[in-house]
Design a protein around this ligand. Structure first.
Ligand code: HEC
Length: 377
């Protein structure tokens, strides 16, 4: 009996040490004010280490690429931010043993790449956007750089979810990416106006997130590693205390992850979602939560549970799920199986999540569930 008890105690211990007790400061990137926004100028500033995890919420319709996502390791990157009244510069370095440049002609080889993303709106009263390219209520501005043979491939666009992009011709921005053979790392540098008609970054605390593609792992589109929302703290600029309170919710040891997992099972979350050893739900019915802790902020997780209609995720490739029971149309194609669409769209185009709100859960229950979700990386 004594032995069984201590084993139980041990397993609880393992789960709570796994929680990683993230500190809010770990997600804050201190930016320094400098006159000359250049790669050299930024090289002398302190850097921040960040970790990017495999995007697992939506999957590509490519079995080989999917298998590689499982095997891919999180990527560590070093980020430096400098700014002045006119411009902001971000330097990103990450190790990559295999330099992949997309050939000009072939389509089955993919180049390495990086993107930097900001919510178009942020600050007091604005909830955090879905990390994978925003959502219809929270558009994001994404700057993308890819290694493509013979081409300077860079793009800026406003995104409202996977597959919903509007390209923006932003003036005065540059994005470079070069491979450092000696250290086997990529060095990317973006410099842009601090204020444009689409995006104003002149604020005390600016949400930002990063994505990295590894061509060697067949990464492209949604197959990539991503960070959670980080926050650029601009020198000594004033930060709104209410916004700070909002974005810093749920850091530290907030609850009991083991109880959180139990609560998820009791509340039927595993009827729709797959996570850890809970694999009963059909794949694709709802986001796979197995790595959600790596790329989600605690407040985002809480809001996803309490109010799923605020941030509604568009899944990629719903078209891969056909409804064979319905029979083919005149062209021999089967209609989509609506079961795998994550939301309902009304005549006016408003979308409602298929996830029911769990607003009745107590604050402690929510903290325990979020504490558990944070362990899933
Ligand atoms: C009826 C099916 C269903 C149930 C039950 C359900 N969910 Fe969901 N959940 C979804 C769908 C569909 C989405 C994606 C649409 C959206 O954004 O709301 C989602 C989204 C999420 C997200 C955001 C995922 C991401 O990748 O950003 C989280 C977190 C989440 N659910 C947690 C939970 C928890 C915790 C429970 C139980 C308390 C639960 N869900 C119960 C269907 C469900």
């Amino acid at each position: 009996m004594k032995k069984a008890l201590s084993l139980l105690a041990l397993s609880t211990l393992v789960i709570s040490s796994n929680a990683g007790v993230d500190k809010f400061e770990d997600d804050v990137i201190e930016a320094k004010q400098i006159a000359n926004i250049s790669e050299e100028g930024l090289s002398s500033l302190p850097t921040k280490k960040i970790t990017l995890y495999q995007q697992y919420t939506v999957a590509l319709n490519d079995a080989n690429a999917k298998k590689l996502v499982e095997e891919q390791k999180p990527v560590e990157a070093e980020v430096t931010v400098g700014y002045n009244q006119k411009e902001i510069g971000i330097l990103i370095k990450w190790k990559d043993e295999t330099k992949s440049v997309q050939p000009a002609m072939t389509t089955n080889k993919y180049g390495d790449g990086v993107s930097v993303q900001f919510p178009v709106k942020y600050g007091k009263g604005t909830t955090l956007a879905y990390i994978g390219m925003g959502d219809s209520k929270h558009p994001v501005m994404t700057y993308l750089k890819k290694a493509v043979e013979g081409k300077d491939y860079q793009k800026a666009f406003i995104a409202e979810g996977f597959g919903s992009l509007t390209e923006i011709q932003e003036k005065g921005y540059t994005f470079t990416m070069k491979y450092d053979d000696a250290n086997k790392q990529w060095i990317a540098f973006i410099k842009k106006p601090i204020k444009t008609p689409d995006l104003n970054l002149a604020s005390g605390m600016v949400p930002v997130s990063f994505a990295i593609w590894d061509g060697n792992s067949l990464n492209r589109d949604g197959n990539k590693v991503i960070s959670n929302w980080k926050f650029i703290k601009m020198g000594n600029a004033k930060v709104d205390p209410n916004y700070l309170k909002y974005i810093s919710w749920g850091y530290g040891e907030i609850g009991n992850p083991a109880r959180g997992k139990e609560l998820m099972i009791q509340n039927g979350c595993n009827g729709c979602h797959r996570f850890a050893d809970q694999t009963a739900a059909p794949e694709g019915l709802a986001p796979n939560l197995s790595k959600i802790g790596g790329y989600s902020n605690p407040i985002y997780l809480k809001e996803s549970i309490v109010n799923p209609n605020d941030v509604v995720i568009r899944n990629l490739n719903i078209n891969r799920h056909y409804n064979k029971a319905a029979g083919p149309d005149k062209n021999g194609a089967y209609p989509n199986n609506d079961m795998y669409t994550w939301y309902i769209k009304d005549d006016k185009g408003n979308i409602t999540s298929k996830m029911p709100p769990y607003a009745h859960l107590s604050e402690q229950d929510l903290k325990d569930i979020v504490a558990y979700l944070k362990t899933l990386k």
